[in-house]
Write a protein that binds this ligand. Structure first.
Ligand code: FAD
Length: 420
């Protein structure tokens, strides 16, 4: 075993602390949210900085803490990753590269990729040179992932992919995608799928940016027009995409709780949480209002419970005490908690949350966050789908009735717009 592989937690903490304090910018608690009006120049500059910071972490031996050393990682443990997350609290971190690049994409490659695929892609991911996206949702629906209509047809020693994927956050500045496509229409839904690797920017893929009502242009829709993919860029077996897909969904539900993901322990996920709510109350001049103080406490409690629950579920899954499906439990809690925290922030902001000027600072954000409050209940799979997983696969309740299980997918009734 190498010297690094045996690095004890305290030595690792000292190393991480020294690096973080000497090299990274202090930013306070990072807030992970869908930004409304950010110019393309600002967004691209932020992506470039994220790539740079990821590279700095890599050079310092702090990237891919739990990734095996043969793929450029540190080969350490989830406990080491947690230490790094603690030491990053209050400092910048490469937020745009963590999810979905490391979880679920790198996690899926590590589990199902060929040796050549892992050698080719994992080290560049760790160096910040490859940002990955997931091409899952389609215009016909995102919850029924196995109902993918994007097709992959054999073409000599490769494949031609055609169809459309949608709601890909940041595809316009990303590099690679993991794509689920249908390779056989004559077998049942789950039996005819295959997973592929695609470079996003190429002539056969049209990346269209979707502008939302609040001005945000991060979401993309991609039109795949006979995209040629070599067979060597297939992940897992032909028509075995659901085996890969099931684990893909698991890693997606783990997201910020994955040991492959770097996420400062004080980062506020989704919208203004505990610390930010306090800042909001101060900015609104309402920090002494007893009702507002109750709301601050509630937001803080939700944040603490979410973190502890995530940790407990993560440890439970890692030790085998819980099934991997238990990740849906943390997901369900997070959806409700995030919605409530956003609503609390909006309440605390008072009138400035509803109508603001540029001088209102964080109070103005509470208004746009409130408009986006359902994001956490949809992105990464909806709350309803997570509840289905909890009831059927964690609690063992009867499965939902399905009409498309034993039918060739070609014959499954679907709306005219989704016909093929
Ligand atoms: C912030 C954000 C980021 C995203 N990033 C990506 C990305 O990078 N890549 C990507 O591929 N997609 C991404 N998505 C899309 C997301 O995965 C889908 O929006 C989501 O899976 C739901 O799909 P849909 O919007 O098509 O709704 P639908 O699947 O049409 O569902 C509509 C409603 O019906 C409910 N429903 C559907 N089926 C059932 C069922 N069996 N039981 C109970 N209720 C059901 C759903 O819960 C939902 O409320 C993102 C979405 C958001 C909000």
């Amino acid at each position: 075993m190498s010297a690094v592989a045996t690095e004890d937690l305290e030595a690792f903490r000292r190393r991480a602390r020294t690096f973080v304090r000497a090299n990274l910018r202090p930013v306070g608690s990072a807030v992970m949210t869908v930004r409304s009006r950010v110019s393309d120049e600002e967004e691209l500059a932020a992506v470039a900085r994220d790539r740079e910071v990821q590279r700095m972490l890599f050079d310092a031996g702090l990237a891919g803490v739990c990734v095996p050393r043969e793929y450029g990682g540190q080969g350490l443990t989830p406990a080491h990753q947690r230490v790094l997350n603690e030491e990053l609290a209050g400092f910048e971190f490469p937020s745009r590269i963590q999810v979905p690049t490391f979880a679920p994409c790198a996690a899926v490659l590590l589990e199902f990729g060929t040796e050549e695929q892992k050698q080719r892609h994992i080290p560049p991911m760790l160096r910040g040179e490859e940002i990955w996206m997931q091409f899952l949702s389609e215009p016909s629906g995102g919850s029924d992932v196995a109902g993918a209509l994007t097709s992959a047809v054999r073409d000599g020693d490769g494949w031609l992919l055609s169809g459309s994927k949608v709601w890909t956050t940041g595809a316009w500045w990303s590099d690679w995608a993991l794509c689920l496509a249908r390779t056989d229409w004559d077998v049942a839904k789950h039996a005819g799928l295959t997973v592929f690797i695609l470079p996003i920017h190429q002539p056969s893929i049209d990346v269209h940016r979707i502008e939302m009502l609040n001005g945000n242009r991060e979401f993309c829709q991609e039109f795949l027009n006979e995209v040629r993919v070599p067979d060597g860029d297939r992940v897992g077996g032909v028509n075995d995409g659901w085996t890969v897909g099931t684990r893909w969904m698991f890693h997606e539900r783990m997201s910020y709780n994955s040991p492959l993901v770097t996420f400062p322990t004080d980062a506020v996920h989704g919208v203004a949480g505990g610390a930010s709510t306090l800042e909001l109350a101060r900015a609104a001049g309402r920090a002494d209002d007893p009702r507002v103080r109750e709301l601050i406490g509630e937001a803080r409690a939700l944040e603490v419970v979410w973190r502890e629950l995530q940790h407990r579920v993560g440890v439970g899954i890692a030790t085998g005490a819980m099934s991997s499906q238990a990740s849906a439990v943390a997901r369900v809690f997070h959806c409700g908690a995030s919605m409530r925290q956003t609503t609390i922030a909006f309440d605390v902001a008072g009138a400035a949350g509803g109508a603001w000027t540029d001088d209102d600072g964080p109070l103005a954000r509470a208004g746009t966050d409130f408009l986006m409050r359902q994001v956490a209940c949809i992105g990464g799979g909806t709350t309803e789908m997570a509840r289905n997983v909890v009831s059927e696969r964690v609690l063992g309740m009867p499965r939902e009735r399905t009409l498309d299980k034993d039918v060739a997918f070609r014959d499954v009734p679907r709306s005219p717009s989704a016909k093929r």
